[in-house]
Write a protein that binds this ligand. Structure first.
Ligand code: NAP
Length: 124
């Protein structure tokens, strides 16, 4: 059975760079993000350049129960995940009082809640 490394936030920036570097080292990948057009393009590019399997799952990690639902999705696809890169996230800069509560909650959901949940589910 093929072993996969799951990378959250793999559609741009650091996550995309990690995907490229791992693919070059023959790691099979599951890319997670919300932007399907970008993930399709990245999948195509990595599969054509390297001899690896590249799957993607569209997922919004700010959703309630994101970690549990993503974990269930991975199990449903029968993917064996042996590596996890909790990269998805963002930082709101500026004055705390000026950021909306919705933005703060979204940041906590992705940067903390989903990260802790995915680590617990995939690793424990
Ligand atoms: N760059 C820096 O200097 C720096 C410094 C400190 C920490 N970091 C952290 O390092 C990580 C990567 O940073 P980056 O600069 O590479 O950021 P980036 O280019 O903005 O990429 C963020 C990635 O996270 C995904 N993402 C954002 N919200 C998401 C959501 N709700 N559900 C699923 N995926 C989501 C984005 O994909 P979609 O939009 O397609 O969903 C994208 O692939 C982040 O956690 C960031 O906070 C970065």
């Amino acid at each position: 059975m093929k072993q996969y490394t799951l990378i959250t936030g793999a559609s741009s920036g650091i996550g995309l760079e990690m995907a490229k570097q791992l693919a070059a080292k023959n790691f099979h990948l599951i890319l997670v993000a919300r932007s399907e057009d970008k993930l399709v393009e990245i999948q195509k590019e990595l599969k054509s350049q390297f001899k690896v399997e590249v799957e993607y799952l569209l997922y919004d990690l700010s959703e309630p129960n994101a970690a549990q639902d993503l974990y269930k999705l991975v199990i449903a696809h029968n993917y064996l995940v042996t590596g996890l890169i909790n990269n998805a996230g963002f930082g709101n800069y500026g004055n705390f009082v000026e950021a909306s509560l919705k933005q703060d909650e979204e940041m906590i959901a992705i940067n903390i809640t989903a990260l802790v949940g995915l680590t617990k589910l995939f690793w424990c």
